[in-house]
Design a protein around this ligand. Structure first.
Ligand code: NAD
Length: 366
């Protein structure tokens, strides 16, 4: 389903993370996947998880496709995209609003029909800051994708500057490889998953009124909602035409869910941000991105994860949701990952600005 796609998955903490279930599924579906974790504290366990599941990896240009990124830090996010370029996962466009085409002189790559260009032809992408120095390094890195697969075998939805963004988008809608027959000096990301949420412990342990201090309100919204906006802003220069952004939300955004407290308004904000991003980035021609970018939310039912442990009475919440759901059970992680795969894939090419529920119907009943 995702053969030849390149996906960035933000928010893996451990094997129980919804982000991990989705990342693993996307990898099985043929995507090249790079994951992020919040901080150094998660590095060893997440790297081990990735290596044990997707390895083997070595250190010679084929490092474990994982890196730290605190989504509240602009520096971390900028550093993440530098790392992704350094690892050969993507190259920025020459018109990049944030990076100024740092790696725009990188090799053509990523379309089956595009022959490997001669060195002089590779520079057609334009020389951004540090382009010539970056070019050689990136060329080498591009030969082998993180994860060991040759990136030239990926064909799916790569951006293709020579072709024009509008026509790239049209090709993608038709399910055709973007860039057929033309040199493609960009290497772009097709899918971004935002699977991050946090609210201060006190705000989750006390009731909504007393627990929602100004600080807790701001913190929950910045980590859980604003981070989608800033993540997309950082990702935009590297996205393919028609890329898909998926953010994890919860029905507590729409209904007052017991003990969900300040996370309710934070998730409502996340969903609203997703709609605003969908409206702004969806057009064929946009000055702000590759065009046709879709942004959707996925709303699973309760799953036992590290984040879920922070919700008082979570097990009871899960039992009640399962009991009241039309399907009479809670959604399994593989079912949530399947729904995420739909949103990431061309099967959902007409779906944007939406929230898709993967909760066995719980959200549909009273
Ligand atoms: N577990 C559920 O029942 C459930 C249901 C619906 C939606 N969700 C949503 O799914 C998403 C993933 O949560 P999960 O349940 O898999 O739990 P999880 O704990 O595995 O994932 C949450 C992730 O957010 C990360 N995170 C928190 N603050 C961060 C920061 N400042 N920078 C970077 N990363 C940060 C954590 O490190 C962790 O990796 C969240 O958005 C959550 O609200 C969860």
């Amino acid at each position: 389903m995702l053969q030849g796609r390149r996906a960035l998955v933000v928010g893996v903490a451990n094997a129980r993370s919804i982000a991990w279930g989705i990342a693993d599924r996307w990898r099985q579906e043929g995507a090249e996947v790079f994951v992020t974790y919040q901080s150094e504290r998660f590095r060893k366990p997440v790297e081990k998880l990735v290596a044990d599941s997707w390895g083997p990896f070595d250190t010679a240009g084929n490092a474990i496709p994982a890196a730290a990124c605190d989504v509240t830090s602009e520096e971390d996010m900028a550093a993440l995209w530098r790392t992704l370029q350094d690892r050969g996962f993507c190259y920025s466009s020459p018109s990049s609003p944030l990076e100024g085409g740092r790696c725009s002189k990188a090799t053509d790559e990523g379309t089956e029909a595009a022959p490997r260009a001669a060195p002089e032809a590779r520079s057609r992408g334009g020389g951004g800051v540090g382009a010539s120095a970056a070019s050689g390094a990136k060329t080498g890195a591009a030969e082998q994708a993180p994860g060991g697969s040759a990136t030239t075998s990926n064909s799916g939805s790569r951006g293709a500057e020579g072709e024009g963004q509008g026509s790239g988008l049209r090709l993608q809608r038709q399910g055709l490889p973007v860039g057929s027959g033309v040199a493609a000096p960009r290497k772009t990301v097709d899918i971004v998953l935002h699977s991050v949420a946090h609210a201060p412990t006190d705000a989750m342990r006390q009731g909504f009124l007393m627990g929602t201090t100004r600080e807790a309100f701001v913190s929950a919204h910045v980590v859980s909602a604003y981070s989608l906006v800033s993540s997309v802003r950082h990702a935009l220069p590297f996205l393919s035409p028609g890329a898909s952004v998926v953010a994890l939300t919860y029905i507590g955004s729409q209904r007052a869910a017991a003990n969900y407290n300040v996370m309710g308004p934070a998730k409502a904000s996340l969903e609203s941000c997703a709609r605003a991003l969908a409206a702004e980035l969806g057009g064929d021609t946009t000055s702000q991105g590759p065009g046709g970018v879709r942004v959707n939310c996925l709303s699973p039912g309760p799953v036992r994860t590290m984040a879920a442990r922070g919700i008082a009475g979570f097990d009871q919440m899960r039992r009640e949701a399962a009991g009241r759901a039309p399907l009479g059970r809670a959604a399994e992680i593989d079912e949530i990952a399947a729904a995420a795969t739909f949103l990431a894939s061309p099967l959902s090419s007409a779906v944007t600005g939406q929230t898709l529920y993967a909760d066995c119907g719980f959200s549909a009943v009273v």
